[in-house]
Design a protein around this ligand. Structure first.
Ligand code: HEM
Length: 450
């Protein structure tokens, strides 16, 4: 019998506020009741503000695609990130955010993906060479590989580079001091209550920003000397805002690099780790994917292979559906809104939950099952358009979505061509959500060479 992919146990429908907060500290998924997998909308009342989870495709569309400026990002969510990310595009709103996107977006346009492809390929080869057989914790391996992709595409340096390795190392330390998605959007703390950061959080944030500042300063010198490599950093640092003609200041560039590094490696690593586990649960799919990879990659490094990696893409999409790396997003109302006959006062938190939408029992066929074949069905096609939002949608969509949809299937294919992945009995992962959906004790798989 095939096993169902693991899903966290939901909490009972009614719990005291105290217990809710306690559950929340464990992780945000098991703090939610099971009815959210069937509800179109739910309300959480706290003494200081109200939260509304919106789980109906047309309402998600309204918030994210139709009227994004009426639902700015809630700054409660970013609090844990601020020491590290400063004024990065992930946290800003309004004019500042618009201006930052005008400078960043051109670096990620379709044509540029082709240019970053050789760096991704090189990172894939390095990962295959680095990984050993036997029982392996693949989440850590995937973090390493995804960090390598980011450094190679952004700064043309591999993860072995001294500054890159140190940044990666400090990032892990930062995450240990500061679980990044804090519960502030849901737990009933008033806004004025100070939430201090530990000395260790501040120290690691300073260290990371110092390293990034060094990389950007060196790059600026190369740009000025006319010797800069044609990578994402050069592109972003030399792009001017078409409306004002201004470029990013060095400080602002540090903020943006910090978010590219964070958003770009934690998320991809999470998705790759879960994809490998899902394939270990489904050896039939794994074999099909290995066969596809063998044929598609045989011709060597060429962007055209991506159009041949269809199964790899479908598996990666399915992993993003079942384990969306960013499980929830939070916005805020700036004027009174009315959804499904409910009034949302100004200052309400609007929670969008890819996690719940992707497993919605009234939307998806076989919502909790792993079936990469679903994307060829009518239900799958409709859901892909309306209820699959791992990268968010609309104006504030992930800038790296296209990038990640090349990186993920490519790395999967390269790994599957080289290794067979099997479950380790008694070590199935339990998903928990902090900033990204992770496995409580890592994802352990047994690797053998193909
Ligand atoms: C599988 C991989 C990835 C997933 C699932 C993912 C998911 C997301 C999601 C859901 C958001 C929206 C968050 C919100 O609105 O609250 C987001 C934003 C963002 N992502 Fe990604 N991401 C991935 C990879 C990347 C990569 C590779 C990069 C860059 C190299 C990147 C850069 C960004 C940035 C800069 C934003 C902020 C955009 C804005 O607020 O305007 N992401 N991502």
């Amino acid at each position: 019998m095939t096993m169902m992919p693991p899903k966290p146990e939901a909490r009972p429908d009614r719990v005291s506020l105290w217990r809710y907060m306690k559950l929340f500290r464990q992780d945000i998924l098991s703090a939610q009741p099971a009815r959210l997998y069937r509800a179109w909308m739910a309300e959480f009342r706290t003494p200081f503000f109200r939260s509304f989870m919106v789980n109906q495709p047309s309402l998600v569309d309204e918030v994210l695609r139709a009227r994004p400026l009426d639902f700015p990002k809630s700054d409660r969510v970013g609090e844990g990130l601020r020491p590290l990310l400063g004024n990065s595009v992930f946290l800003t709103n309004g004019e500042t955010w618009l201006r930052q996107r005008r400078i960043i977006d051109p670096a990620f346009e379709g044509g540029r993906l082709r240019d970053t492809f050789p760096a991704m390929w090189a990172a894939g080869e390095a990962a295959v060479a680095r990984m050993e057989t036997g029982e392996v914790e693949v989440e850590a391996e995937m973090s390493h590989a995804a960090a390598d992709v980011i450094f190679r595409t952004l700064f043309s340096i591999p993860i072995e580079n001294e500054v890159a390795a140190e940044t990666f190392h400090q990032f892990r330390a930062y995450q240990r001091t500061q679980p990044i998605l804090n519960a502030a959007a849901f737990v009933p703390l008033p806004r004025w209550m100070p939430r201090g950061f530990s000395a260790e959080t501040k120290r690691t944030a300073r260290a990371i920003r110092g390293l990034i500042a060094q990389l950007t300063a060196e790059r600026m010198a190369l740009i000025e000397a006319g010797d800069a490599p044609d990578d994402l950093a050069t592109k972003i640092m030399t792009t001017t805002d078409p409306e004002t003609g201004a470029r990013f200041s060095t400080e602002e560039m540090v903020d943006q690099v910090a978010i590219f590094f964070l958003a770009g490696h934690e998320t991809s690593a999470s998705a790759l780790g879960w994809a490998l586990y899902l394939l270990a649960l489904h050896p039939d799919w794994q074999d099909k994917l290995a066969t596809e990879a063998e044929a598609a990659l045989a011709g060597g490094m060429e962007f055209g292979v991506m159009s041949k990696l269809k199964l790899a893409r479908d598996v990666f999409r399915e992993a993003l559906r079942l384990y969306p790396p960013v499980p929830m997003m939070v916005r805020e109302t700036v004027k009174p809104e009315r959804f499904r006959d409910r009034d949302l006062p100004v200052g309400s938190q609007v929670v969008l939950s890819p996690w719940h939408l992707h497993r919605h029992e009234r939307v998806w066929e076989n919502p909790d099952g792993f079936d990469p074949g679903r994307w060829a069905t009518e239900n799958g096609k409709q859901c892909l358009r309306e209820a699959w939002i791992p990268f968010s949608v609309g104006a504030r969509v992930c800038t790296g979505a296209g990038f990640a949809m090349v990186e993920g299937p490519l790395l999967l294919a390269m790994l599957l061509r080289a290794f067979r992945f099997e479950r380790v009995e008694g070590r199935d992962p339990v998903p928990v959500a902090y900033l990204t959906v992770r496995a409580k004790d890592g994802i352990w798989l047994k690797l053998t060479r193909r």
